[in-house]
Design a protein around this ligand. Structure first.
Ligand code: M6R
Length: 613
């Protein structure tokens, strides 16, 4: 994530940049910084914490200049600290860069640049961009400094790999701001006498509604009131601006009416970004060498709420692929029960925020027991990540809506990657099976892009059922936790009564609450337990339930014969399937809450992160 803003115009750029950063704060908020070109020199101000902290520091330093860039950070490489805050500079301090995304080959580049005499000041991947441009400038000739800078940026782009967007300024090319877009967002704003670049439109919407959307691999050259765009081949292309009619608030949510809806749609990208980490060496993530990985004998998972449901899915994965026994506890329970000490235990704590008091308490207990600890967490630098021995980051960016959606699917994705890697390390999964499972995992983001197309179908159904008194969710095996999650999501945002059960359990009690018209959602993709789910459908229907079958296309006809409505989810391997099955349930919760007029992003009585016991 992270937010980038740049201004070049006739006025002092500082207020434009600080204001833009405030609008981008939803993209990251662990530190922020600005660089302003003042009298031929770059003045940089950075601060840890929210943009308000930066604003105070900027007031004291009071830089002035008509060209500047700013950044609000969501840490990915290097802890949140002033040294790791953007903008980053080269050795001379004359080139500044702000960046969003990940430079995948930064370690190789960093080593090469160090061998050439470059001195690094931060742990970030971003800093390599500034040094690479500096290095490339040494070998580039041109008619003027602006032309040389453009060429150096083009050469740099050929050397860096990954998904990124960045802005760059050079003290020797005043009045020129360069923006680069490659698979991370970057938009250009066209004012009369000023030009903007930003990660998102709200950053400059107050000043202009004329926007240019860049294509992948393009470079924008911004000058006061004039913008040129170079395409992938380096040729200048004609630019067409679009008039954005959004108001400020809508724009911040990417045009969606609520963050929850936006975050549901963010899921393909969130999975993609999380898997970037999963491609790394797992021994390294876990901080264990191969013999230690092989020797793991127990796994304890602790988490709260939605993250706990991800942990429940993780148990199926680790036991299936790595053959290691797993216990899953609500963190608040783990803390206060007797946990027998067993050697070679890995304690995994799952948390979006990394600040949940109960989860932190559970990890402290695991540490006292001498267990190795791993966090699966979305916030770098959070208390949990500092406490645990190692961390697997889910790179899904800030989740703003109280109801967790993209963090959940990213957490399960991370658990799957972890489980198959443990299985490969301890020999429970052969190399050829691992390769197949891994390939399937790498296609998940694409399947998720299909799954999010279900909104309209789900929305349409909610018109019929949104006034029901209670909702039931049933699933088996890996879909049992999804039933729990479907019920939690609906409860949280719509305040309706909702319960999730293991489908095999209904006859042992829960079936008594099914009445005429009770909506029952059946998670029943084609697979080994499909027949059993068909029976559960019939049992519920016989009691008058309104049965919605959520299944895969190959089972559509059979599902139709026992239900009132069928939702089709794209098919993937049986263990990845739950990650897609939850999507219609997320839309369901959203649309029922919307029809009931609830405060979707900030439901009553709930906080995004529960930092007290
Ligand atoms: O930040 P965490 O993942 O540790 O938060 C845990 C729960 O509080 C959280 O998942 C909560 O249940 C969400 N509101 C669910 O949507």
């Amino acid at each position: 994530m992270c937010g980038i803003i740049g201004y070049v115009g006739k006025k002092n750029s500082v207020p434009y940049i600080i204001d833009g950063l405030k609008k981008l704060e939803y993209r990251g908020y662990d530190s922020a910084g600005i660089s302003i070109l003042q009298d031929g020199k770059l003045v940089t101000v950075r601060a840890v914490g929210k943009v308000a902290e930066l604003e105070k520091a900027a007031l004291l330093a009071s830089p002035q200049g008509t060209t500047g860039i700013g950044h609000t950070r969501w840490a990915t490489h290097g802890k949140p600290s002033e040294e790791n805050s953007h903008p980053h500079t080269d050795c001379s301090g004359e080139i500044v860069v702000v960046h969003n995304g990940i430079i995948e080959n930064y370690l190789v580049l960093r080593a090469k640049l160090i061998s050439l005499g470059h001195k690094f000041k931060s742990e970030t991947d971003t800093e390599v961009i500034a040094h690479l441009i500096e290095e490339n400038l040494k070998h580039i000739r041109g008619n003027n400094e602006e032309e040389r800078l453009v060429k150096a940026v083009q050469r740099t782009n050929k050397e860096i790999a990954g998904a990124f967007a960045y802005g760059v300024m050079w003290a020797h090319a005043p009045g020129l701001l360069i923006g680069v877009k490659n698979q991370s967002p970057l938009v250009i704003g066209l004012g009369k006498t000023e030009s903007f670049l930003a990660s998102d439109v709200p950053a400059f919407l107050q000043h202009t509604h004329k926007v240019v959307f860049l294509e992948e691999g393009e470079i924008a050259l911004l000058r006061a009131g004039r913008v040129t765009v170079l395409d992938k081949t380096g040729a200048e292309r004609t630019i067409k601006s679009v008039k954005i009619s959004w108001d400020q608030k809508t724009a911040q949510k990417g045009g969606y009416p609520h963050f929850m809806l936006k975050e549901i749609y963010d899921q393909p990208q969130a999975i993609e970004d999380t898997l970037r980490t999963a491609r790394a060496d797992f021994g390294k993530i876990l901080g264990l060498d191969t013999p230690a990985l092989r020797g793991l004998q127990n796994v304890h998972i602790t988490a709260c709420g939605t993250a706990y449901h991800a942990g429940l899915v993780g148990k199926y994965y680790i036991e299936q692929f790595a053959g290691i026994p797993v216990s899953v506890d609500l963190a608040s329970e783990y803390k206060y029960r007797t946990v027998p000490h067993k050697s070679k235990t890995l304690a995994i704590a799952i948390s979006q925020s990394g600040e949940t008091a109960d989860t932190i308490g559970a990890v402290k207990k695991a540490k006292e027991l001498g267990f190795r600890t791993l966090a699966i967490c979305n916030v770098l630098g959070s208390t949990l990540t500092r406490l645990c021995d190692s961390t697997f980051f889910t790179h899904c960016g800030p989740e703003i809506s109280v109801a967790s959606t993209k963090a959940f699917t990213s957490q399960i994705t991370a658990m799957y990657a972890l489980a198959i890697s443990l299985g490969l390390a301890n020999g429970n999964v052969s190399k050829s099976s691992f390769d197949k499972l891994y390939r399937e995992l790498m296609h998940l983001s694409k399947a998720m892009s299909e799954a999010v197309k279900m909104e309209y179908t789900v929305r349409h159904l909610t018109r019929k059922i949104y006034k029901a008194d209670r909702f039931i969710f049933l699933g088996r095996h890996v879909h049992f936790p999804i039933a729990l999650e479907g019920a939690l999501k609906l409860k949280e945002v719509s305040y309706r009564s909702a319960e999730g059960f293991a489908a095999g359990e209904i006859k042992h009690g829960p079936i008594s609450i099914i009445d005429k018209g009770t909506p029952v959602f059946m998670l029943m993709p084609q697979g080994p337990l499909f027949e059993k789910m068909l029976s559960a459908c019939q049992e519920c229907r016989a009691r008058g339930a309104f049965v919605v079958a959520i299944t895969t296309p190959d089972a559509e006809q059979q599902a139709k014969s026992v239900s009132d409505k069928v939702f089709l989810v794209p098919p993937v391997n049986e263990f990845l399937q739950p990650i897609l099955m939850v999507v219609p349930l997320q839309f369901l919760a959203y649309w029922i809450a919307k029809r009931l007029g609830c405060d979707i992003d900030q439901p009553r009585n709930l906080a995004k992160s529960v930092t007290v016991e």
